[in-house]
Design a protein around this ligand. Structure first.
Ligand SMILES: Nc1ncnc2c1ncn2[C@@H]1O[C@H](COP(=O)(O)OP(=O)(O)OP(=O)(O)O)[C@@H](O)[C@H]1O
Ligand SMILES: [Mg+2]
Length: 406
């Protein structure tokens, strides 16, 4: 298969839809076109209106097609929302060959066996993520192929979605006359663009704070070990400001972006700046508040999000135990002093994740997901226009998704 010279990432978010076309330039990839438009048709990260979402997708794609003077045939698209979850599973098989050498088919068979688990009737396994293979009683094997044994066991994480939301997402993209190369959970796409292999090896938590959702993906020994999505994001902060300052949501949003912070700061001389009054004028209205008022509104909401993260880390016994620390992405990561609040609350190091790997792309944490989606295309070498379904998906799932392709 000829390697693609362009790849397209499409991040369908609750606040905005972002599309990025990256073009090959020798061994590098650079931005050919990027666009962002407001999003309608999603609730808490999940597509609820196929029609509205399809219309938006069509609009953004036709815009970038004009901009780069190329036809876009296929995309790598994200799936978000708190219907996404992971659950551990295992499978066991007898090695088929007489010489007991483990074949590729054996590995596929044992991974397939891990799917035979009771998940809710409306849920679907999106991906199988191997954590460890056990050959006879030898544990901790990452690559079992070509090793020998009688019994092959796999311990995996099943990545599951609520099928109706998955179907609506694929229907919206297909209705916009695009083929789907792959569907990737938002936090895994964001991780793709910002985490280093060292961080993933050491143990790291990616926290993507979007508009309506916050997603957590924890990696260790290079692999995903946990994933969770909470139905709270930066839009909740805007709503809190609107209520707290008795103003409308549009003004609250601009106050958040211009003056918002989640911790008070002192000047070098030690003078407390948090009590200085800020005046905001809008049409006939005037609003007066202090930084301290804003911190009192914003800090509890960010802390609530971080408490949810902490609970998940506790569940997997990684509370305060991630040497790679926390990497923040999403528009919500831009709120000043959030790194400090994360360090204080989670007792872990923290940095803002800036997408890497595509030349010319702004180093904005809100672009991590779209960058990661395009990079998925770069890594898989899939050809534009071919339904690749690139990563480790079982044939059952592939058949299932093909039902929605005209
Ligand atoms: N400086 C800032 N401070 C705080 N929040 C900000 C800032 N800049 C942008 N945001 C917020 O980031 C959010 C948009 O982020 P993002 O683009 O990651 O969301 P999304 O992907 O559309 O949503 P989701 O992932 O929840 O579906 C908006 O709520 C916006 O108000
Ligand atoms: Mg998002």
């Amino acid at each position: 298969m000829a390697k693609a010279d362009i790849v397209t990432g499409l991040d369908i978010g609750t606040h905005s839809i972002k599309a990025l076309v990256a073009q090959r330039n020798g061994n590098d990839w650079e931005v050919l076109s990027y666009a962002e438009i407001p999003s309608f048709g999603l609730r808490k990260g999940a597509v609820v209106s196929v029609e509205e979402t399809a219309k938006n997708v069509q609009m953004i794609i036709s815009g970038i097609e004009k901009d780069c003077n190329r036809k876009i045939n296929s995309v790598f698209v994200n799936i978000g929302g708190n219907h996404l979850y992971v659950t551990p599973s295992d499978g066991i098989i007898s090695v088929s060959r007489a010489d007991q050498r483990i074949s590729k088919e054996d590995v596929e068979r044992v991974l397939q066996a891990t799917r035979a688990i009771n998940i809710s009737r409306n849920d679907e396994v999106l991906d199988v993520i191997p954590r460890e293979f056990i050959i006879d009683d030898q544990k901790g094997i990452k690559q079992p192929e070509d090793l020998t044994g009688v019994r092959l066991e796999a311990k995996v994480l099943l990545l599951c979605v609520f099928s109706p939301y998955f179907i609506k997402l694929t229907q919206a993209v297909l209705a916009a006359k695009l083929q789907i190369n792959d569907v990737i959970p938002s936090p895994l796409a964001a991780a793709n663009a910002v985490l280093t292999p060292q961080q993933k090896e050491l143990g790291v938590a990616l926290i993507d704070i979007g508009a309506a959702t916050t997603s957590l993906a924890v990696f260790e020994e290079g692999e995903l070990m946990h994933l969770a999505v909470f139905p709270i994001g930066s839009a909740n902060i805007t709503n809190d400001i609107a209520i707290g300052l008795k103003t409308d949501v549009a003004i609250a949003e601009s106050i958040k972006k211009q003056h918002g912070t989640c911790m008070s700061s002192k000047t070098e001389k030690g003078l407390d700046q948090s009590k200085k009054r800020i005046e905001v004028f809008d049409k006939s209205d005037s609003l007066s508040f202090t930084k301290k008022n804003l911190v009192d509104i914003i800090e509890p909401r960010v802390s609530e999000i971080l408490d949810l993260v902490q609970k998940e880390l506790k569940k997997i016994n990684r509370q305060e135990l991630l040497p790679g620390g926390v990497v923040l992405t999403g528009g919500g990561a831009k709120i000043p002093k959030i790194k400090e609040l994360v360090r204080e609350t989670l007792n872990l190091s923290c940095e803002i994740g800036r997408p890497k790997g595509i030349i010319g792309l702004q180093e904005d944490p809100a672009l991590a997901t779209v960058a990661g989606l395009a990079l998925e295309g770069v890594d898989s070498g899939s050809k534009d226009g071919i339904l690749g379904l690139t990563k480790g998906w079982g044939s059952g799932f592939r058949k299932w998704i093909r039902n929605f392709i005209p």
